[in-house]
Design a protein around this ligand. Sequence first.
Ligand code: NAP
Length: 281
Amino acid sequence: MKCRRFGPTGKQVSVIGQGTWNMERDDRGAAIAALRRGLDAGMHHIDTAELYGDGRVEELVGEAIAGRRGEVFLVSKVLPQNASRRGTLQACERSLQRLRTDHLDGYLLHWPGSHPLAETIASFEELQAAGKIGCWGLSNFDEAELAGAIRIAGEGKIACNQVLYHLEERAIEHAVIPFCDEHGIAVVAYSPFGSGDFPSPASPGGRVLAAIAASHGASPRQIALAFLLRFSTVFAIPKASRAEHAAENAAAAEIELTGGELRRIDEAFPRGRRRRGVPTL
Ligand code: NAP
């Protein structure tokens, strides 16, 4: 598995990780097996949140990583409504308990909310100083909101910004990725397969992906991941509740697309115009 530096943390993190949203709806045994298969294949970045299944997904992840905590780069997220000075500390304790661990590798604010960001950041820094989180980051922040966070925390403190990024939603390429690149913030691409709405093989774009995939002996989804990962600051966290999907996703880290292939994908899935804010699902 290819790894790259995760923002300012200095940690080498797998370019492809594992999402867990809605996993409480999947066959529990299969989902746990898929996460473990993903770990076997080197996808050690596991992304979860207190939101997912109202905590049930964190419990599932805790079971999946039992006995393997040392291998995992474990990330969870606090809900904006819980992200007050005290609420953040309490939410983190609940997540640690459900995940059956004494520390998270990363802790993110799920999206901008109404509690003052300075309070949330103060709590993140307290948790970090106490060794309960290795680093902290944000999610669904646009470049202006990130600049505001840097004004509060200072440069070199925000580990990552987790944002929507897939072939048919490339808006973050306009300003969010360049901003993160300039400030050394990792970009974590969520819903890299469009959250279940992957381009159909019969569509024009789907045919381009299929042709490129065939020449690499790969799948269209693997080609999509390789395209998103062409930026050196980007990581992707596809969710898979089937072991064979996890194995396939991990193998995408080895694919190198040529300049010509990148151009064909770029034309088939145009970036579109710059819009205000970050796109969300
Ligand atoms: P996604 O990863 O784009 O797509 C997941 C879907 O793709 C599932 O139906 C999965 O099926 C399928 N899939 C995965 N690998 C496959 C493969 N190799 N072949 C065929 N199908 C495959 O969707 P997502 O769950 O929305 O996003 C990924 C993660 O990002 C989430 O799980 C979550 O951790 C994070 N996220 C964060 C936010 C945020 O606001 N920060 C928002 C959304 C998501 P199976 O499950 O059947 O394998």
